[in-house]
Design a protein around this ligand. Structure first.
Ligand code: 7RM
Length: 644
């Protein structure tokens, strides 16, 4: 292994940190490991406002866990009312900048009024506690208001990323049985209006459970409204009272469902509940982001992904943070848009993805160097492993060598960060998420569940439930059991490979299943394959990830066609568009390769491993003994050489 640089925190950082020094981290970790119920129980009392106290901390009937049993609380109350009641109503919650350059400042008091009026409007539409709502919106303050208004009423929300197509939206609405859709006319991206409402209209042709659609006017572009079903946001909240009591909800009340890609064609609805999720989101804000009252925090994620849920809405807001929200693209109008925003709002904490960092590196240092980034004190990374070269650039060019980088490993399923450095305690190693959070019994094991030795690769698992753990897959508890808890009973199977070094630091290596990671977005190879075979010309498809300099991986498809005469170039273009339409633009394949046959085992299984090798190395050196027809792979390799 090559030499690894180690970066201990500066004395200055340690002095102000929420957790100062390695001994402090170790003490927290030890206490949580030895007395988990006391540890989490005390934090829950201190950090969460309860409407009724919980009777006990934890119940575990594998694979189903309950936290803070019998308690009643409300996530919206904790994110907004709690701060207003504590006298911080005048504190700014949101510093918004739209892509066209419009800005808005929203204080916690104003947010409380906005949420309450909107929630009262939803009640008038007939929405009730226990109903489900889909949120399909751009990155504007109303998206946060929509999520928190749902939470206030006990309406389970599912945010669908605005980049998803109407087909993907429809599948989610149907699976969830949603009664309400909250959307907007559109949003601004790269100077263009990205329309959202037409996709909702298309999806709703097949969604009989939806009774109402609320449309926020963002772009003021043309919109068709369906009489009796569709309502403008401003009309819904008009004349409504600013008083809307937060509903006391059970600790385990379903807060949200977020769909994520699994190993089959059907996305999984990951269910998170109320109190445990909220507590761990709050604690990781303090532990990992070292949040202080005067921080100007900025997470560049979209609320359509779990990072936006935990580290824009529920984490920062439950701790009363001031944060930046930006609507648009990082390269509009120039590649310094983010750095302009950092300088303008004097951001102190900045959290983004390796794929964004790599894309910005490519544009050159002149963009960040043109701006005063001296307000920054802490940087974060999420979504995939960060390669050491990108880490060093982020550290030196953005952080000027002063700002620790917290590399945060977690998943939609884990709800919150499980492995990351506490920046005032843990020395950093570029590319490693370092050590687990308190209460997280992470391990690297072989297939029998035995811990592997230092620097051995194995499966990353978690040995004990944690408060923000996924509770089930919406409507499919069997899949929940099979997917995460059956391989090593009682242990959570992450689907990632990892190794632990001689200091106990975790190095996450990537997925062990058929899940791709494109620009930090999860995508299942099966999902893309199912989309491809829905096209009338396609007989069979195999999809693999190909290493990509910027996006980490790109989508590469091998396709066999039905009988007929096809223009490969035109059809290739068409299939790329098709996948974009079936799933969303971000899933559009980079490459489509046509072939007469796909490499298969004797039992007929497509050998994606060989295809992966082929697209990575242009040749196949691995074991081909189970291949049914060896000539298939030689032909595929030769064909690519011809094209190149
Ligand atoms: C937060 C999020 C989860 C998958 C996960 C990993 C990969 C995420 C890191 C990482 C290495 C990281 N949720 N992953 N963060 N790998 N280091 N810091 O991304 O559900 O969309 O994806 O992403 O493979 O299993 S997610």
């Amino acid at each position: 292994m090559s030499q690894v640089n180690v970066y201990p925190p500066s004395a200055e950082f340690v002095e102000r940190a929420n957790v100062s020094g390695m001994e402090a981290y170790k003490a927290l970790y030890k206490r949580a490991a030895e007395k988990p119920e006391e540890f989490w129980g005390e934090l829950a009392k201190e950090k969460i406002s309860w409407m009724e106290p919980f009777s006990h901390v934890f119940e575990w009937e594998p694979p189903f866990a309950k936290w803070f049993v019998g308690g009643k609380t409300n996530a919206c109350f904790n994110c907004v009312d709690r701060h207003v009641l504590a006298g911080h109503g005048e504190k700014v919650a949101l510093l918004f900048e739209g892509e066209p350059g419009d800005t808005r400042k929203v204080t916690y008091s104003e947010l409380l009024a906005d949420i309450s009026r909107f929630a009262n409007g939803l009640l008038k539409l007939g929405v009730k506690t226990g109903d489900r709502a889909i949120i399909y919106m751009p990155m504007i303050p109303e998206a946060v208001v929509a999520m928190l208004a749902c939470a206030r009423l006990g309406v389970t929300h599912s945010v669908v990323f605005g980049g998803f197509s109407s087909e993907a939206l429809k599948a989610r609405i149907q699976d969830l049985g949603a009664k309400l859709v909250i959307t907007a006319d559109g949003g601004w991206r790269r100077g263009k209006e990205i329309k959202l409402k037409p996709a909702v209209d298309e999806a709703l042709n097949d969604c009989p459970t939806v009774e109402s659609v609320v449309v926020c006017a963002r772009t003021k572009g043309s919109v068709e409204m369906v009489h009796g079903r569709d309502h403008w946001w401003h009309a819904v909240e008009a004349g409504q009272s600013e008083n809307c009591p937060a509903v006391p909800l059970d600790s385990e009340h379903p807060l949200f469902v977020l769909y994520t890609s699994g190993t089959t064609g059907k996305p999984k609805g990951i269910l998170h509940t109320t109190a445990g999720y909220l507590l761990q989101a709050a604690m990781t804000m303090e532990w990992v982001f070292d949040l202080k009252a005067d921080d100007i925090y900025w997470c560049t994620a979209d609320i359509g992904w779990v990072t936006g849920h935990s580290y824009i809405v529920y984490g920062p807001m439950s701790r009363g943070a001031t944060q930046i929200i930006y609507e648009g693209a990082p390269d509009t109008p120039g590649f310094d848009r983010w750095w302009k925003i950092v300088a303008h709002f004097k951001a102190t904490v900045f959290y983004t993805s390796p794929t964004a960092i790599r894309a910005l590196i490519r544009q050159g240092n002149q963009w960040p160097e043109a701006h005063d980034l001296s307000s920054l004190r802490l940087l974060g990374s999420v979504g995939e492993p960060i390669n050491p070269a990108a880490w060093e650039w982020y550290y030196n060019v953005i952080g000027k060598g002063r700002c620790p980088i917290v590399d945060t490993w977690w998943q939609t399923e884990t709800g919150t960060i499980l492995i990351a450095p506490m920046p005032g305690a843990v020395p950093l190693k570029p590319g490693s998420g370092t050590l687990p959070m308190p209460g997280v019994m992470a391990d690297v094991v072989d297939l029998d569940g035995n811990s592997v030795g230092a620097n051995q690769e194995g499966y990353l698992i978690v040995r004990r439930p944690w408060p923000s753990m996924v509770r089930t897959i919406w409507g499919d508890p069997q899949r929940f059991q099979d997917q995460y808890w059956s391989r090593l009973p009682g242990n959570y199977f992450t689907g990632d490979a990892a190794r632990r070094d001689e200091d106990g630091y975790f190095w996450v290596l990537g997925r062990v299943d058929d899940v791709l990671n494109v620009s930090g977005h999860r995508l299942s190879t099966m999902e893309v394959e199912s989309a491809l075979v829905r096209h009338p010309a396609v007989a069979e498809a195999a999809v693999v990830g190909k290493p990509h300099e910027i996006t980490g991986q790109s989508v590469c498809c091998f396709v066999t066609l039905k009988k007929g005469d096809f223009d490969h170039e035109a059809l290739g273009k068409e299939l790329r568009q098709w996948v974009g339409h079936e799933i969303g633009a971000f899933a559009r394949p980079e490459e489509i390769r046509f072939s007469d046959a796909l490499p298969k085992t004797r039992s007929g299984k497509i050998m994606r491993r060989l295809l992966r090798e082929l697209v990575t190395n242009n040749t196949v050196a691995g074991d081909v003994t189970t291949l049914e027809d060896l000539s298939v792979i030689t032909k595929l390799a030769a064909q690519h050489d011809d094209e190149a």
